[in-house]
Design a protein around this ligand. Structure first.
Ligand SMILES: [Mn+2]
Length: 178
């Protein structure tokens, strides 16, 4: 079994980012931050963290997207603004993300930007938006901020969502057969 921490859109709230990473660091096999920290790419909070650039990040040392393989799982990670994920009548527009993920042979797609948490199996891939830690939007904004932990088992993916106090939000858990 492998575990991955997925965080996004902290928008200057370095304290919560540092808090979440410190809590999970020793328990996970990889940490992803999906953009819009408004911090420098070299910030110490990102030591050992896979990052991408958000539309509110101004450090050119962040990459636009990356494909990473860990423990036999290939991830495609990007903020989302470059793939037009924002939609006005649903969770996210996955069309361009799906195309890019296919080219990277990714099984799991990680994004942010919309600040709307969620996980969805679509075209054989698992799409995860951990939501924003600090400026949540959408139907679950009242939770006050979320992040996600992906558990990879031999035959399935399980996505857990947590609030800022690290409380598991049981009703948001999503599973997908591998
Ligand atoms: Mn943002």
């Amino acid at each position: 079994m492998s575990k991955f921490l997925i965080v996004s859109d902290s928008h200057g709230d370095r304290a919560i980012l540092s808090n979440i990473i410190n809590k999970w660091q020793s328990q996970v096999d990889g940490i992803f931050f999906n953009g819009d920290s408004e911090l420098a790419a070299e910030d110490a909070v990102f030591d050992g963290v896979s990052t991408v650039i958000g539309n509110m990040d101004y450090d050119d040392d962040f990459v636009e997207a990356r494909a990473t393989t860990i423990d036999n799982v290939t991830f495609f990670q990007t903020h989302g603004h470059l793939y037009h994920v924002t939609t006005f009548n649903g969770w996210a527009n996955l069309e361009l993300l799906d195309k890019a993920a296919r080219e990277s042979h990714a099984q799991v797609v990680l994004f942010g930007h919309t600040h709307i948490d969620g996980a969805l199996a679509y075209n054989g891939k698992l799409f995860i938006n951990p939501g924003s830690t600090s400026l949540p939007k959408g139907p679950r904004a009242a939770i006050g901020g979320t992040y996600a932990v992906l558990v990879v088992e031999p035959d399935r993916f399980i996505v857990h969502f947590y609030n800022r106090a690290h409380l598991l939000l049981d009703n948001l858990t999503v599973e997908m057969t591998r």
